[in-house]
Design a protein around this ligand. Structure first.
Ligand code: UT7
Length: 332
């Protein structure tokens, strides 16, 4: 039996039109462009406007973009996995809603939540379905309406996040391309430093939780930064070592876009020049599980079949990790 690998064969995306700039934010809270650019590296982020629109609407648009680009017949799709921390509602799964909105009616569909590492976890998971031979046409959607869980009176978080959605097609191949190595971790010791305290089973929604703003993202940035810088780079270096890769062998680092300083520290540990690092944080901010596939979407025309890409993320949980993928196709 030949070895079956799982390879990305197309990337779609949707980013909302509205651009929330640093100047606009400095009129809302006590912040300024200079602080945001030097401490984080963000100039603007996209925000989904419109009553009644949620993560599934952006996710469905990303799937439609994927269909336009690849000619995919949605009736052949047998698995849809959605990574999100901002699902439309607790029940049902956003993956099921997206399926209905785009016209997929019999696939296996469910959500996973690994916060900012969601895309890496999702790719690892769908690859297992593909390698086992159980699924053959898989869409991995990453959709985040972060603006729905951000307190726009809290300057420590509201400058960081943005909204976006992506959809990647993952298929089986007998070639030596696709997901080659996955080094993923989680440790709940970090749960106090990055969380949404209320709305779950521990602290269900009440008047008090709303009054106390406990349904918004809470982050102790310094603590998260400390672990992100070390753990993300450690995971990347481990993947490089166990695959005998030097910086020269790597075409691109595709890092989670939470902070330019974390990205630079990771590239430095890899001894990778900055020209080989995908960075679009200045235009989108932190879109949680959508950052990495949004980079793939924007750099797609510069990627060639067989290119070694290192994907790396760190996020709430804590969750973190790195993956090696050999890119699956030349520019179309
Ligand atoms: O994606 C999921 C994982 N998340 C991350 O990886 C994020 C990791 N953390 C970070 O990226 C950084 O910690 C932040 C960007 C969140 C914060 O940067 P920092 O350099 O760690 O700043 P800080 O929290 O230590 O705050 C430094 C100062 C404080 O003032 P004092 O106490 O020194 O007077 C803050 O109150 O900056 C102040 N500050 C701000 N000033 C202007 C915090 N937010 C702002 C702001 N504008 N928006």
């Amino acid at each position: 039996m030949p070895q079956i690998n799982a390879v990305i064969t197309g990337v779609g995306a949707f980013t909302p039109e509205y651009r929330l700039t640093n100047d606009e934010l400095s009129r809302m809270v006590d912040t300024n462009d200079e602080w945001i650019m030097t401490r984080v590296g963000i100039k603007e982020r996209r925000i989904l406007k419109g009553e009644g629109l949620g993560a599934s609407d952006m996710g469905a648009k990303a799937v439609e973009d994927l269909v336009r680009k690849t000619g995919l017949d949605l009736q052949t799709v047998d698995l849809v996995v959605c990574t999100t921390v901002t699902g439309d509602m607790v029940i049902p799964a956003t993956a099921a809603i997206i399926c209905d909105k785009v016209g997929i009616h019999k696939a296996l569909a469910f959500d996973i939540n690994a916060a900012c590492s969601g895309f890496l976890y999702g790719l690892d998971l769908v690859s297992q379905y593909i390698k086992s031979g159980s699924k053959k046409k898989v869409i991995l959607v990453s959709t985040e309406k972060m603006s729905s869980i951000v307190d726009y009176t809290d300057r420590t978080t509201c400058v960081l996040f943005g909204d976006a959605a992506t959809a990647v097609l993952v298929e089986p191949t007998e070639e030596s391309i696709g997901l080659m190595d996955s080094n993923l971790h989680a440790d709940g010791f970090g749960r106090e430093w990055l969380k949404i305290p209320a709305g779950g089973s521990v602290m269900p929604a009440s008047h008090e939780t709303v009054d106390q703003k406990k349904h918004f993202v809470y982050q102790e940035g310094k603590q998260v930064f400390k672990y992100a810088v070390t753990y993300m780079a450690d995971a990347v270096v481990e993947v490089m070592h166990r695959n005998n890769l030097k910086a020269d062998d790597i075409a691109w680092l595709v890092p989670h876009q939470a902070n330019l300083r974390i990205i630079s520290a990771t590239a430095e540990r890899m001894e990778l020049p900055s020209e080989k690092v995908m960075i679009n944080i200045q235009r989108y901010g932190n879109t949680t599980s959508a950052t990495i596939p949004l980079c793939l979407y924007e750099w797609e025309k510069q990627l060639h079949k067989g290119d070694n890409l290192i994907l790396a993320a760190f996020g709430g949980g804590f969750t973190w990790g790195a993956q090696l993928i050999k890119w699956g196709y030349d520019p179309k």
